[in-house]
Design a protein around this ligand. Sequence first.
Ligand SMILES: [Zn+2]
Ligand SMILES: [Zn+2]
Length: 304
Amino acid sequence: MTKLLLGAHMSIAGGVSQALDRAATVHSNAVQVFTKNNRQWAGPPVNAADVARWQEQMPALGIAAAVSHASYLINLASPNDDLWEKSIAAHRDEIQRAHAYGIANVVLHPGAHTGAGVDTGIARIAAALNRIHAATPECAGTVTCLEIMAGQGSVLGRSLEELRAMIEQVAERSRVAVCLDTCHAFAAGYDIRSAAGYADFVAAIEREIGLETVRVWHLNDSKGALGSNVDRHTHIGDGEIGYDGFRWLLNDLRWAGTPMLLETPKEETLEEDAMNMGRLCALVEDAARVPDGLAVEVHASALP
Ligand SMILES: [Zn+2]
Ligand SMILES: [Zn+2]
């Protein structure tokens, strides 16, 4: 009887560790953070006092899993050498920051080839990761989780096959894994709405990368239609995926122990996070798997 690891991306306003407090206010036991401003290349040095607070607060607040998300500016697939070098430096910094906080999984958008072609772009990503890994042996326990993408433009990672091709070219296999985002996968063409469609998706995961390679799930409903390549997140049940896609996933015990994190629209009150977690928990068949504090208040608002 393992509890779901459920949470959301939380703001780090006031310090990275403040995200844990925000996670706890909505009764979640997992969280995703940026370890610095995600729209800037460089951040301030890691704040030792905040790291200490993080290490104290995480167990105190019952947050069992934390992952970080790398900056959106990073493009390890870039054919432009200046941008590529800048991206390598920035992702190395992301890994070192995560390591300082004891965060094992760093989610990364793989990148865009911007015209250089899929194979060239994938080779650039792997070469960049190989350089980063060689430069940070002290961070061997910190894993880059390449995120599946909706597939807009020249963005790479739109299929399990592309993610596998990246992984295959990484020398230190233990330092690379995958993050699956339901909105992105659906927009890229994976139809998880039916039980059969979900089963096909999981079979493809097993075949291409292995279930154990999936270290993080992002649970977002999709504004874009199946195969639209549109990356627009919406509230659980309000989008094109609908409740069923999440029902299969949440009740699939093969994902026990894998954090499931919302990246849905919200205000500072976090009301929408509570609503979406409530909706998700209402789909969980075994009530014992619902994180403490989440079950009761949720069910009423959760029904479709
Ligand atoms: Zn995502
Ligand atoms: Zn997205």
